[in-house]
Structure formats: structure tokens, C-alpha cells
Design a protein around this ligand. Structure first.
Ligand code: SF4
Length: 726
């Protein structure tokens, strides 16, 4: 790294000074707008209506994106925006999991609205720089770095930066060294960046840095989903940097610090006493889930065909990761998080690619990564998983989307849709770690079959069908995407509620809206359509609220109070809901309770559904799921769970499996399951206040106070058939 060379090549394009607005009860009521085409930098006042209806975080992102774009704006139009906002609670340090920010844009993968939550320090530092949100619009002619600096008053600079590396680990380290050469200052910088795969694929993601002073390493957390990094690099933004003079313990100017500290201490005690017996987040992170999912037949194996594999234990299970993670240090992705689940493999020597031989820290693997690039590709090799984890991060590619894309390609290869000629000689059979590694490097280079692979599952299935390489119906059945986004790494086949939890999401199948598999499949707590609909109302609304305020979801239910099972509604973890209500009130001073929490979330949730409609989506057709998410596509899949399926046919469907051929059984099962899913849609739409086509009714919008003129106009046009749908 040669920082002085990088600096020498810099050219100041625009400098803007301002007075840093103080935070008052979680808000400055100012947002920052930067256009990298014409270098406009301006500070906007946040209107009271916006604060009341949209709260912050994802809410602010959606509102700004709506205002900045038209229904026909494409992801790579200059007018598309990337908005980052943390929400009112973001930045407090007295309760675990309070440093998240939300990133919103029009996605290159879905052509609709994308949101992705992320840790790291940029969200809180943006607030220290005086802003509730930042909007990035335009498209620069040359690579630029944007620097927000509150150290000597407020200053914002846009600089051409041709020399710095693009890949995240190298860039974040270089910028940390450049701006904070002294060790005691390295915790005063936060860097947002992506990587070269965000230029060559549609799966680009953003890395948000934080400095780990014990390990003396720059670390990365990811806003992974939906190609936001691809938009970032398309705007030719190389990095977004925030520099702060200090981190104030009360940076949000909260109303009642005592109440926050009391809840924080109570929760910390729970973590200390219960985490080791429950999820072991402090030693294994989310990777503790690998064998749990394997045990319950829920771990995706070979493109979601199977739910478990004999090679999980001993190769990619949580004990393997625990041994590889550096233990005994603080792994919170924001200050004060005692859950400390941001585990990492330190001093890993890379075995391939442009950084071969370098010693690096690998942030992860988390559960989704171990499952996505490991078991779902039929690869049970921990070094391969760590290596791919590192390269996905530094190249700026989402491990979830990449894992599901790779698994789809492998099934296409094994079923003859692809062959060596079509892949340029890459043998993409399940379990082939060397080929999988080679393909990832090709994606980053934008060469050969890598150029094709980086399109993501939706485009790939269409492309293969257009080429006449495979049966379009088969490709549709096995392509694990909905709305253009790849499925995250849980098997939903045996849980109807989770099928809705995935395919009825606003942005596409990501587990952050609803994870209902245990409630539904394992514990049978929501047996009826009405029960499932209620769960698919409550949990998405509840979980939306984390992304409005700046909370991390994990401390909600990855450790639970010892008496939680005895409460009325253990799935909701009532004591922790009460913590959140208390903290929100203690930060903002607003009157608030658990009912208002759901109302606040629902306003934004319905707005996002209407935003999808504005984009030409947001109707029933787009809530359809690939059959692989719902039932067995191939004979092999049916046979792997034959006993369960035969029993269901006999006891629930009412046919006699012993008199049927395998194909007849599969047809009967499919008809039954697809019909049930349609009934689920009906029940959930009703509960969410949507019409039969999945569009929020005017009455529901009015009831919520979301009869905003733009929504009423859109709803009316749709009603009259004057709105064109895709
Ligand atoms: S629980 Fe994990 S992901 Fe959430 S804030 Fe803490 S360290 Fe970050």
C-alpha cells in the first residue's frame, strides 16, 4: 500500500463546509444530498411529516427514493439513488445491537426497491456528522471518493481518486491508514466501499468498515442483498468515508439515559448467563445454526434439493467455525454490543486469486455463507468456505446471492442444461470446490463464463431458456429466486408459512422479514391459514421496525430470557419487545407502546408494497414461488422424503399412494401444495388489508394515515386499470 501515491493522484472536485447540526432525541432533522454528476452538495431539512410517517432508516430511504425517481427510472440511470440512514436509535452504545443502518436503492436484480441492513460504523458516524440520512445521486465521470469530516467543523469533499484499489479490504485499509495513521485514531473512521465484482456482475454489495483495536484490523460488515454495490460502482463511487473527532456516549441526546442503561445491563446479564446454553452467539456467531438446520432437515444442500447431509458435522458445523474463529476478543459490529457475533478468522493465508499468500482477516463465515457457498453447492470444505467468504467480501459480491446462483448453475450442469462447452471448460458439478473458486475469480474479472454467472438466477434461467439449453418449466422450478432476488439459505419446502415468509416479502426472499419455520413446521403453533396469516402480518411488521430505528434483529431472539417459554407469546419474546419499546421512548421521548410499534412499521411496509406497484410489480403474480421452494421437483427429491410425502398424501390429501406411480404421487403432491399456497396468499392479503391481487386497499391506507396524495393517485389509477404492470 502506498498512501502517498494515492494522495498524489487525488484531485479535489468539490468542497463544502457546514455547521454540524446536533442530534436532539435521536434526530438532527437534516439530511445530506450529494450528486456526483454535477457535484451538488446540499443539506435538506427533514419535514415533520416525514419523521412522523417514516421514522428513519428504511422509511427515510424509501421516501427519498420515491421522490428522487420516476416509475420508469432504471437502476443505472443517474437519477437512481443510494440512501443510507440509521434511524433514531442508531448510535446508542448502552444496549446491544444499536448501530445498524439501512441502505435503499432501485435494484439491478429486481428492478424494484431494495433495502439491506448493515452493521459497521458508517451509520452512527453519519449521525455524528449531523445527518439522519444521506442521498447519493448522479453518476461521476471518473472514480470518486466522498469524505464527510466533522473533526474541524463540518466539511464534505468529493475527490477524484484514480489510484486507490477498488477491492474492499485493500481500500478500507488504505483509507484508514491515510486518514488515521495513528493507532489511537483508527476508531474514528468508517468506510463504505464495494469491489471489482460490483463492476462485472449484478450481485454487487457494500462493505461497511469498523476498526477492531484488539486485532488491529480493519473489518467489514455487508449490506449484501440486491446489487446495491453494483449501483454504487455504476455511479463510480469508490468509497464513502466518515471521519469523526470522537464518539460521544450520548451522541443521540437521549431523553432518559437511565432507562436505557437499566435495560442494557439487564440484557447484558442475560447474555452472560444464557448465551452459552442457548445460541453461543459470542463464540460461534450465527454459524451456530449450521447443525441445527441440518438436524431439522432445513439446511439447503445441492440447490435446495435436500435438507441435510452426512458431511456437515466435522466439516462445516459450528464447532469447526468456533475453532477457526479468533476467540476472546470483542466482536461487536458497533460499540457496546455484547452479543459480539461478528466472528472472524484471523491471519488466514489466502490460497488463490490476486491476493494469494497474503495473511488476512476474514469476517465470517456466518450461517448464510457456510450454507450458501458450502452445503448448497455440495461442498464441505472449511478452507474453501473461508476463502470464498473473503473473496466475495473484498470483490463486493453478496455471499447469499452468489451461493444460490452457484448452486443453480451446478444443478444446470448436472442436469445437462450446461456442459463444458457452455461453461468454457469449467466442470461445475456439485462438490467441485476448485471449479467454484475459479468461477468466482472469473466473475470478478468479468471474463468467460464468469460474465454469464454474475447475472444472477433470474436472468440466468431466462438466458438458458432463450438459448434452448433446457426446458423452461424445469428451469423455472429449480431457479431459487422470487422477484429477481435469490433465496437465502433455509429450506421452506415443508413450511407453508415460511413459503409466504419468503415469497411474499417486499424485496424478495430474505429471512429478515419473517422466519416462521420452527413455529410452523417444528412446533405446529400456527396450524390454520388464519394463524399463519396472523404470523405473516405480525412478524414482518415487527421486524420492519428494527430497520426503521437502527436496531439489530439478532439480540431480539438469539438469546431469550430464561422464563420466556412461560410467557403468553414466547415467539414474540415479550420481555425483549418491552426493552425495545422502553429504549425507543427513552431515546425519542415520543409516547409509544408495542401496538404503536406495529402501526409505525406497517405504514412503511405498506408504502414499500405501493412502491413495488409503482415500479410495475407489487401484485399477486410477483408473490409466486419456484416449485422447489414448495415441494419436490425431481424424483430424487421425492424419494429422499418419501415416507413423509406418502403419509401426507394419504392422511391429508386423501389419496392412496400405495396404488400410485411415483409420477402420479408427485403430481398429486404438487397440486395440493400449490393450491395451499394460493389459499395462504388469500388469507395473508386479507389480514394485511390488501385486495385479492395483493394491493393495499385505500381503506387500509386511510386507516394507517398513509393516504398520502401520491399513494392515493397510484391506487386510483391501478383501480381504474390505468396503471401498467409488468
Ligand atoms: S448482534 Fe452481531 S450483528 Fe448484531 S449488532 Fe451485535 S455484533 Fe453486530
Amino acid at each position: 500500500m502506498n498512501v502517498s501515491e494515492y494522495l498524489k493522484a487525488r484531485k479535489l472536485v468539490k468542497e463544502f463546509t457546514y455547521e454540524v447540526a446536533p442530534m436532539v432525541r435521536g434526530y438532527s432533522d437534516k439530511s445530506l444530498y450529494i450528486n456526483v454528476s454535477d457535484h451538488t452538495i446540499k443539506i435538506k431539512d427533514v419535514p415533520p411529516l416525514m419523521k412522523e410517517k417514516f421514522i428513519g432508516g428504511k422509511g427515510y430511504g424509501l421516501k427519498y427514493l420515491w421522490e428522487a425517481t420516476t416509475p420508469s427510472t432504471k437502476w443505472d440511470d443517474p437519477e437512481n439513488e443510494i440512501i443510507i440512514s440509521g434511524g433514531p436509535v442508531c448510535g446508542i452504545t448502552q444496549y446491544s445491537g444499536t448501530g445498524k443502518s439501512l441502505v435503499v436503492t432501485i435494484s439491478p436484480q429486481t428492478d424494484s426497491v431494495m433495502d439491506s441492513n448493515v452493521g459497521g460504523w458508517f451509520g452512527p458516524f453519519l449521525k455524528l456528522c449531523g445527518f439522519d440520512a444521506i442521498e447519493l445521486q448522479g453518476k461521476a465521470e471518473k472514480d470518486v471518493i466522498i469524505i464527510l469530516d466533522n473533526r474541524a467543523g463540518g466539511s464534505i469533499r468529493i475527490e477524484e481518486a484514480p489510484a486507490e484499489p477498488v477491492n474492499s479490504h485493500a481500500l478500507a485499509e488504505a483509507l484508514t491508514e491515510m486518514y488515521c495513521p495513528n493507532e489511537q485514531d483508527k476508531m474514528k473512521i468508517a468506510v463504505v466501499s464495494s469491489g471489482v465484482a460490483a463492476e462485472t456482475s449484478l450481485l454487487g454489495m457494500l462493505n461497511f468498515s469498523f476498526y477492531d483495536k484488539r486485532k488491529k484490523r480493519v473489518r467489514l460488515k455487508q449490506a449484501g442483498r440486491g446489487g446495491i454495490g453494483t449501483v454504487f460502482r455504476n455511479k463510480r463511487i469508490k468509497a464513502l468515508v466518515a471521519l469523526v473527532s470522537k464518539i460521544d456516549n450520548d451522541m443521540n441526546d437521549v431523553t432518559d439515559m437511565k432507562a436505557i442503561i437499566e435495560r442494557g445491563q439487564r440484557f447484558n446479564k442475560e447474555i452472560r448467563e444464557l448465551d452459552d446454553q442457548q445460541c453461543e452467539m459470542r463464540t460461534k456467531g450465527t454459524a451456530h445454526l449450521v447443525e441445527v438446520m441440518n438436524d431439522y432437515d432445513l439446511l439447503p444442500v445441492n440447490n435446495f434439493r435436500f435438507g441435510s447431509h452426512k458431511d456437515v458435522v466435522g466439516y462445516i458445523d459450528s464447532e469447526i467455525w468456533k475453532a477457526r474463529f479468533e476467540q476472546g476478543s470483542f466482536d461487536g459490529c458497533w460499540l457496546g454490543c455484547n452479543m459480539s457475533c461478528a466472528k472472524g478468522v484471523n491471519n488466514y493465508i489466502l490460497r488463490s486469486g490476486p491476493y494469494k499468500g497474503e495473511s488476512v482477516i476474514v469476517d465470517g463465515p456466518e450461517y448464510e455463507t457456510a450454507a450458501g457457498i458450502g452445503s448448497n453447492a455440495g461442498i464441505f470444505n472449511p478452507d474453501y468456505v473461508i476463502e470464498v467468504n473473503f473473496y466475495c467480501d473484498t470483490y463486493g459480491i453478496c455471499t447469499i446471492s452468489w451461493g444460490t446462483t452457484l448452486a443453480f448453475l451446478m444443478e444446470c450442469f448436472e442436469s445437462g442444461v450446461l456442459n463444458l462447452e457452455r461453461t468454457g471448460g469449467i466442470k461445475l458439478n456439485f462438490g467441485n470446490a476448485d471449479s467454484a473458486m475459479e468461477l468466482l475469480h472469473l466473475v470478478a474479472k468479468g471474463e468467460g463464463f464468469g460474465k454469464v454467472a454474475g447475472m444472477g438466477v433470474r436472468r440466468l434461467k431466462r438466458y438458458f431458456a432463450e438459448q434452448g439449453w433446457g426446458d423452461p418449466n424445469f428451469l423455472q422450478d429449480i431457479a431459487m429466486e422470487n422477484k429477481g432476488l435469490e433465496y437465502s439459505q433455509y429450506m421452506s419446502k415443508e413450511s407453508l408459512a415460511q413459503q409466504g415468509g419468503y415469497a411474499m416479502t417486499n424485496k424478495g426472499p430474505q429471512h429478515d422479514e419473517a422466519w416462521l419455520i420452527f413455529m410452523d413446521m417444528v412446533n405446529n403453533h400456527i396450524p390454520t391459514f388464519e394463524n399463519k396469516a396472523e404470523a405473516l402480518y405480525y412478524f414482518p411488521m415487527f421486524r420492519t421496525w428494527f430497520g426503521l430505528c437502527g436496531f439489530c434483529k439478532l439480540p431480539w431472539n438469539d438469546v431469550e430470557p430464561s422464563n420466556n417459554a412461560q410467557t403468553d407469546e414466547p415467539a414474540k419474546v415479550p420481555e425483549h419487545v418491552d426493552n425495545y419499546v422502553t429504549i425507543y421512548k427513552a431515546v425519542t421521548g415520543r409516547p409509544f407502546d408495542k401496538h404503536r410499534l406495529i402501526e409505525d412499521s406497517e405504514r412503511v411496509y405498506q408504502f414499500q408494497r405501493m412502491f413495488n406497484l409503482r415500479r410495475g410489480f407489487g401484485v399477486r403474480k410477483w408473490d409466486a414461488q419456484p416449485y422447489r421452494a414448495c415441494g419436490p421437483v425431481t424424483e430424487e427429491e421425492y424419494l429422499s422424503r418419501q415416507e413423509r410425502y406418502d403419509k401426507q398424501l394419504k392422511e391429508v390429501v386423501g389419496v392412496q399412494p400405495e396404488t400410485m406411480t411415483l409420477q402420479e404421487k408427485m403430481t398429486a403432491m404438487r397440486k395440493y401444495r400449490e393450491n395451499r399456497y394460493e389459499q395462504l396468499l388469500d388469507a395473508v392479503y386479507k389480514r394485511r388489508g390488501w385486495d385479492q391481487n395483493g394491493v393495499p386497499t385505500l381503506e387500509r391506507l386511510k386507516h394507517l394515515g398513509m393516504d398520502l396524495p401520491e399513494l392515493v393517485e397510484l391506487r386510483t389509477k391501478y383501480e381504474k386499470g390505468e396503471w401498467s404492470l409488468k
